[in-house]
Design a protein around this ligand. Structure first.
Ligand SMILES: Cc1cc2nc3c(=O)[nH]c(=O)nc-3n(C[C@H](O)[C@H](O)[C@H](O)COP(=O)(O)OP(=O)(O)OC[C@H]3O[C@@H](n4cnc5c(N)ncnc54)[C@H](O)[C@@H]3O)c2cc1C
Length: 385
């Protein structure tokens, strides 16, 4: 290793770019190379589910090209460069036949979409949207269409449903659970969001799944397990994400649900770190922006020479369903307590209370959504053990 051996960051999503931005506030000299499998364009991923509402296509959502980012951040960026392996003993990345030595390596390579194995000949009309390039392909395919079927009623499925309705499309949402966002919202809040989305014109098909997608003319017919058939121009699949762990596991790094790191974002290999959607930080996979920003700030300090552990505050998740503004801070999965619900129509304030009376989580919809900051101050931070 020489003075010029770079810090290498894999990924130019929010994690990679946030990290390098924080790092450059502390160290302007150390060489940094960012490699990414995609085009390296900077964009805010949460905005992908607001394109119609904000009247922005993929070009409108792009913030800066990699050349501009490289100049702004004082780094080298290599787009269209897919990492194929890590040699942690030799401190080298493999990119096909090429090898790239590192002094420190940061894995910020995100999560893969889960793809359901569906039957039928119409699978080329099923789109997952997990980056700007996906979004560009989806908008191109949708051009001239009128009707979209959305698989999944989690946060992303609901946000796309609202956004597509705002864009004037007919929308059907199909999901196996009987409530929206079951891992995030208590039932009262989920029902409030559902009833406002229905009032907006979204059709829900809950408690069933898509089994088959067949070509019909320029569009498709979507076959549900309950026997219903829906016409659509295309299908959006929003059925979940899985942190990318395969290459890390192949290199001998400790992995679980994600690439396992401690609170200093250190993997089990020396000088290899991970953050963002690919990382399991101290036992938790949090596929949201606020946690990755906190990780980026802590890791920047560590890379600059002052080892720092991440500490999270309470981090409310905003659900971008403008027809029913919603914020949620889910209680820990093993939290003791119960939901207390105050409700007027679709305005819901649900607080999860420990028997001692402490608030451990909340969900607010409609006019109560403005209380999110006040409630967030009552909720204990994540990792407060
Ligand atoms: C539609 C949508 C809406 C969302 N809304 C919200 C929201 O409102 N609030 C919120 O908190 N969160 C939201 N999220 C989640 C949030 O956007 C993500 O948690 C965050 O953007 C993840 O960033 P990341 O940099 O870790 O991963 P990514 O953005 O996925 O970046 C991964 C990078 O790694 C690169 N890469 C992958 N594999 C390789 C390889 N082998 N070699 C080289 N490069 C590779 C990719 O090309 C990419 O550059 C939303 C997500 C989606 C999809």
């Amino acid at each position: 290793m020489t003075e010029q051996t770079p810090i290498v960051i894999v990924g130019t999503g929010l994690s990679g770019y946030s990290l390098v931005r924080e790092f450059r506030k502390l160290d302007k000299e150390t060489p940094v190379i960012m490699v990414t499998a995609d085009d390296g364009v900077s964009y805010s991923k949460p905005m992908l589910s607001t394109g119609f509402t904000k009247d922005k296509d993929a070009e409108g959502l792009a913030q800066a090209d990699p050349e501009a980012m490289a100049e702004q951040l004082g780094v080298e960026i290599r787009p269209w460069s897919t990492v194929t392996g890590i040699d942690a003993d030799a401190r080298e990345l493999r990119l096909g036949d090429q090898r790239l030595p590192y002094r420190k390596l940061v894995l910020a390579w995100g999560a893969d979409v889960i793809r359901l194995s569906l039957a039928g000949d119409g699978l080329d009309r099923v789109f997952s949207i997990n980056d700007l390039m996906d979004y560009r392909a989806f908008r191109k395919a949708l051009s001239g269409g009128k009707r979209v079927a959305v698989m999944g009623a989690g946060l992303i499925g609901c946000e796309f449903a609202n956004d597509l309705r705002n864009g004037g499309y007919e929308v059907d949402v199909i999901a196996p659970d009987t409530a929206l966002m079951p891992s995030l919202l208590p039932r009262a809040a989920a029902d409030a969001v559902q009833s406002e989305l229905e009032a907006l014109g979204v059709n829900f098909h809950l408690g069933t799944v898509v089994e088959r997608v067949e070509h019909r003319g320029d569009g498709v017919e979507v076959f549900l397990a309950n026997g219903d058939r829906l016409p659509a121009d295309l299908v959006v699949s929003a059925v979940g994400l899985r942190p990318r762990t395969e290459l890390a596991a192949g290199a001998g790094l400790d992995t679980g649900l994600g690439i396992r790191v401690n609170r200093a974002l250190e993997t089990s290999a020396p000088d290899v770190y991970a953050l963002g959607d690919c990382a399991e930080v101290d036992g938790r996979v949090l596929l949201y922006v606020l946690p990755l920003m906190a990780c980026a700030r802590a890791l920047a300090k560590t890379l600059a020479g002052e080892r720092m552990e991440v500490s999270y505050g309470a981090m409310p998740v905003m659900v971008k369903t403008p027809c029913c503004p919603t914020a949620v801070c889910p209680p820990a999965a093993d939290a003791e307590g119960e939901w207390l619900v105050e409700q007027e129509g679709s305005d819901v304030k649900a607080t999860f209370r420990h028997p001692s009376g402490d608030t451990l989580g909340f969900a607010v919809t409609g006019r109560f959504a403005v209380e999110k900051q006040t409630l967030a101050r009552e909720v204990p931070p994540i990792h407060n053990d």
